[in-house]
Design a protein around this ligand. Structure first.
Ligand code: AMP
Length: 114
């Protein structure tokens, strides 16, 4: 989508601190980290959020978690633990409407969030 900032990151129109990519996903550092390690993982094809997934995006479900595992390894947070957050919709705090998972770690994380 032409006005989507994450699509612009994928296309190289906006710079990002890239961590890892494959044919389906891109991982890069969040510009405004809320934890010591804060990465974003996005599909390369635009979809607004989980609520908009269709059969065409079905492979995201299979592909996402193994990619997250590899990103966490790359960031060195696999052993200590990390959290994956997918804000879905404005009331859940989603501000960028291109599906993304926040990978949070590098420190002790509190729970629950509300
Ligand atoms: P959300 O509030 O779940 O939609 O998360 C959007 C995230 O995108 C926020 O954590 C922002 O800090 C992050 N963000 C926005 N623009 C950029 C950018 N150009 N590069 C990296 N992260 C960004």
């Amino acid at each position: 989508m032409s006005d989507c900032i994450f699509c612009k990151i994928i296309n190289g129109e906006i710079p990002s601190k890239k961590i890892l990519e494959n044919d389906q996903f891109l991982a890069f550092h969040d510009i405004n980290p809320v934890t010591k390690v804060h990465a974003l993982i996005i599909p390369k094809n635009h979809v607004a959020n989980i609520a908009h997934l269709t059969e065409d995006n079905a492979s995201y479900v299979d592909g996402l978690l193994p990619f997250v595992r590899d990103v966490a390894k790359e960031l060195g947070i696999s052993a200590d633990g990390y959290r994956l957050v997918l804000n879905t919709g404005a009331k859940a705090g989603q501000t960028v409407f291109h599906l993304h998972a926040h990978l949070l770690g590098g420190q002790e994380l509190g729970w629950p969030e509300a």
